[in-house]
Design a protein around this ligand. Structure first.
Ligand SMILES: Nc1ncnc2c1ncn2[C@@H]1O[C@H](COP(=O)(O)OP(=O)(O)OP(=O)(O)O)[C@@H](O)[C@H]1O
Length: 854
């Protein structure tokens, strides 16, 4: 029987790298290997990787159809580059090592890696893989990773060296690493760290210890012209800039250990130092021993310079030696003594400050895992002026509140720059929090806003914090990164995905991904809630489906959102969960559907047009009032709404295939207060109208969460729904009335379609496979004429009395109630209401008194 090593055990003792194997064993091994792979394919260990490049390419192609053959070529090129073919990672030709059962990895020539997550060594291997590769998919038993150029650069940036990467990978792999992969890793890491981009005295310089590399940049047709040539300097002359101080290795965040200390790694066990090194040891100080050559580059050309450096495989390293920065004033900020950061927050920060400097990059943590505190701790470590950019004014308020809650920053040193607040700090250093749109605004600004912008542009910032960093690649926002003089940048996000291909741009706009937490691990440790996910299939009623097949795509959105069976399913789930004591959020992207559902089911709702005061009132009632257990939210609630009371989420209409939105919505219940109760589960339901395009989009949306290890169950029947009292739209004529209403609302009601068309460059979505609309539609699928036959009373709502009766908005009810309560409070219980009734009340009081006297 094979011996199971303990996780801390050295790999040296029981593992040989297979290179000493004699030729005679090979055929047998190959056969064993093939058997193993066959067994794996048929049994527990499936090597069929569902998200292959080709499949992804097809999915993207289906969503964003592009004419021509270029795409196919690109897909094939990608397949060749990644080694995937028809969804299968072919490892059958590889030779297994003797003790392969003890090793947790399968690694192919292209850097595709499968981790057996159930193996004893899996936790350590996982730490290593997160450092050197991109997590692709991490369900419960088998994880998939991929080594890419940026992932290797990220590994180098946290102090790993090429020989160590190859050595550890080889040790953990069930088969010897191929020479091809070794060569790839060597090539991809060869030029890393040769160039640095530094900001000194408000000017950017490209630096290198090697004059040769610097000359390559100087002579480059793109970077060369970005150089700022001083009057007394010839264009070909590289300027010797001086020596940099040696990097310090003390990482002194409150409550953290000295990760950069080599002794700490030794104490971990000297034999395991290569794996231990990923925690933050850094031996790269060769750049600091030699003279540094540099030249200045124009501040407004930073994006071009960064991108070009990446393209020519000389990525510019951006590290900020904040401890030795005497030019910028220090900010007196530190975490409050009672603030304790969690282990994963500490690990992510160790990646940023592992060598005593601040590395620019991106930290990926699930929603509700506390990214804000990670950002605040980073700011407390750098202790220089900090600029925070987030997505909305609500987030600005939350960041400010959390800075004050977790750190000792005085309120006057922290300012907000939004539509309504235009503050500037006094003194040499401080913190400014603003939104991307505020900064990215083009055109003329108000005088006070322009003054603040001037204040922001003129100074040097020690630290730029970018919340929800996935928005940055959008054309509108990328200038936020380039518009300021910044030393260190940290991007925070839960979902490093976009439906366009711009996410890669973050690599040169911000920096490499420094850390990505595993959602399932955080859930297991109680930092976020455990969620049960389900997709509820709601058949379309015959009337709705007939119209669905006839209508243009914009109208279809409304039809599948307003499907009466879906409304019923929603009502059933709300009732079920409210009776269990859950608090529910129902999400709908479609505002028309949102209002219609909420008014029909008598629940409050919030969307873009809901006034601020009403929003706050509804949210506070949801949190505190046992009578208000369900609210309806449009996409305004996707991010930055902190409702730890919510334990159940129902999605009735969503924004096409957005994986990010699905994850962000799930994030609303990951913060559930009750997450630490024994056996507690939060619930996430997606209601999908069967046999409509929603089915396709729904599976696409789930992609990201499935990769994080969530499993979606499909519910085809809700038991007890038929017998539920007060079930809405039980009668056929009610359903028909609803259909009429849907067909009669303006085109704008299908609001989400516009967004899709924008994404799709103005083209109409492709028709899904299946029944096609009848012949009276035009060539591009639009209906020539829209006719609907119905008796007059249907159109006038004559048959719709029972529907109209409940058609009141609870929002209005709630604000009326609250107004009365407020008046009662100020005027005493017997007063309030209209003055006419006040008079009557006084009269009634008189009469009562007289009766009492009798
Ligand atoms: N170490 C910690 N100690 C105490 N509370 C914490 C800690 N980390 C996070 N929290 C709390 O957890 C909650 C969620 O944190 P936060 O809002 O930063 O999450 P997030 O990751 O930014 O989520 P989202 O992506 O949804 O905005 C907050 O109430 C925050 O105060």
């Amino acid at each position: 029987m094979s011996r199971s090593p303990s996780p801390d055990e050295s790999l040296d003792g029981f593992v040989s790298d297979g290179s000493d194997e004699s030729e005679e064993y090979r055929p047998r091994r190959r056969a064993a290997n093939k058997r193993n792979v066959r067994a794996a394919r048929g049994g527990k260990v499936s090597l069929k990787v569902n998200l292959s490049a080709l499949q992804r390419a097809r999915e993207v192609e289906a969503l964003y159809p592009v004419d021509g053959e270029v795409e196919e070529d690109e897909a094939i090129a990608e397949v060749e580059d990644t080694g995937f073919m028809d969804g299968v990672l072919d490892l059958s030709e590889l030779r297994l090592k003797d003790d392969h059962a003890l090793r947790p990895l399968w690694v192919d020539d292209y850097g595709n890696i499968i981790l057996e997550a159930f193996a004893t060594l899996a936790p350590r291997a996982q730490d290593f893989l997160i450092a050197i590769s991109e997590p692709v998919s991490r369900p419960s038993l088998i994880h998939e990773y991929r080594i890419t150029k940026p992932s290797l650069h990220a590994a180098m940036s946290v102090g790993l060296e090429t020989p160590n990467i190859i050595k550890v990978l080889n040790r953990l792999s069930k088969t010897p690493l191929s020479k091809k992969l070794e060569k790839r890793i060597e090539e991809w890491t060869a030029s890393y760290g040769k160039i640095r981009l530094v900001l000194k005295n408000n000017k950017y310089y490209l630096e290198s210890t090697s004059e040769t590399f610097l000359r390559v940049l100087l002579n480059d047709p793109v970077i060369g012209p970005c150089r700022v040539v001083s009057t007394n300097e010839s264009a070909s002359q590289a300027l010797v800039f001086g020596r940099d101080a040696a990097p310090r290795r003390d990482f002194d965040l409150p409550g953290t250990r000295a990760d950069g200390d080599p002794q700490a790694v030794e104490q971990d066990g000297g034999h395991d130092d290569e794996i231990g090194a990923i925690i933050g040891m850094d031996d790269r100080d060769d750049m600091d021993d030699d003279a540094v050559h540099s030249f200045e580059v124009a501040g407004d050309k930073m994006e071009t310079v960064r991108r070009r450096c990446k393209d020519i495989d000389l990525p510019a390293l951006e590290e900020y030696d904040f401890r030795n920065d005497t030019n910028n004033a220090n900010l007196d900020i530190q975490l409050k003594p009672m603030t304790v950061i969690r282990p994963y927050q500490e690990t992510s920060l160790a990646k940023m400050f592992g060598n005593g400097r601040a590395r620019s990059g991106i930290i990926v943590l699930p929603c509700g895992a506390g990214k804000t505190l990670v950002g605040i701790t980073a700011a407390c470590t750098i202790k220089k002026s900090t600029l925070v950019l987030c997505t909305s004014a609500v987030s600005v308020a939350q960041w400010k509140q959390q800075f004050i809650q977790f750190s000792n920053i005085p309120e006057r040193q922290i300012c907000a720059f939004t539509q309504s607040e235009k503050e500037m700090f006094t003194g040499p250093a401080g913190i400014v929090i603003s939104t991307y749109s505020m900064i990215a605004k083009t055109g003329k600004r108000a005088h006070d806003a322009e003054k603040v912008m001037d204040f922001l542009r003129k100074r040097e910032w020690g630290f730029l914090l970018l919340d929800e960093v996935h928005v940055v690649p959008a054309d509108m926002f990328r200038k936020c990164v380039n518009g300021f003089k910044v030393h260190a940048k940290l991007g925070l996000t839960a979902t490093l995905v976009r439906e366009d291909d711009k996410i890669q741009d973050l690599g040169y706009l911000i920096g490499p991904k420094l850390y990505e937490a595993n959602w399932m691990d955080l859930a297991k440790n109680g930092h976020i809630a455990t969620v049960q996910c389900a997709e509820v299939w709601c058949p379309m009623t015959p009337h709705f489906y007939r119209e669905y097949l006839r209508c243009a795509s914009r109208r279809r959105i409304l039809l599948h959102a307003m499907n009466p069976n879906k409304v019923q399913a929603c009502q059933f789930l709300i009732n079920y969960h409210e009776s269990r004591g859950d608090k529910c959020i129902v999400f709908s992207d479609n505002v028309y559907a949102l209002e219609a559902y909420a008014t029909r089911l008598m629940k409050p709702f919030i969307h873009g047009a809901t006034p601020e005061g009403e929003r706050l009132r509804i949210l506070s009632r949801f949190q505190t009032d046992p009578q208000v257990n369900t609210i309806f939210l449009s996409k305004v609630g996707d991010t930055s709404i902190d409702l730890p009371e919510a334990t159940c989420l129902i999605q009735i209409s969503s924004h096409f295939g957005s994986r990010r939105q699905e994850a962000q919505r799930l994030g609303r219940i990951l913060r559930a207060k009750r997450r630490n109760d024994e056996g507690f589960n939060a619930f996430f339901y997606s209601l999908v109208s069967k046999d409509t395009q929603e089915m396709y989009y729904s599976s696409k949306r789930q992609g990201f969460l499935i990769d994080q290890g969530y499993a979606f169950k499909v519910i085809t029947e809700l038991h007890g729904l038929d017998t539920m009292p007060d079930l809405v739209f039980r009668k056929k004529d009610e359903q028909i009335s609803l259909l009429e209403e849907v067909l009669n609302v303006g085109e704008n009601a299908a609001e989400t379609a516009d967004h899709y068309m924008r994404l799709n460059n103005g083209k109409h979505p492709r028709r899904p496979a299946g029944p096609q609309p009848p012949a009276y539609t035009t060539a591009n699928g639009m209906p020539a004429v829209q006719r609907f036959q119905a008796p007059l009373e249907h159109l006038s709502g004559g048959q719709n009395l029972s529907y109209r009766e409940q058609n009141k908005s609870l929002n209005k009810e709630m604000s009326r109630e609250e107004r009365i309560a407020k008046k009662n409070k100020t005027n005493g219980p017997s007063s309030g209401g209209h003055k006419l009734f006040k008079k009557r009340r006084v009269d009634a009081e008189e009469i009562r008194k007289q009766r009492g006297a009798v």
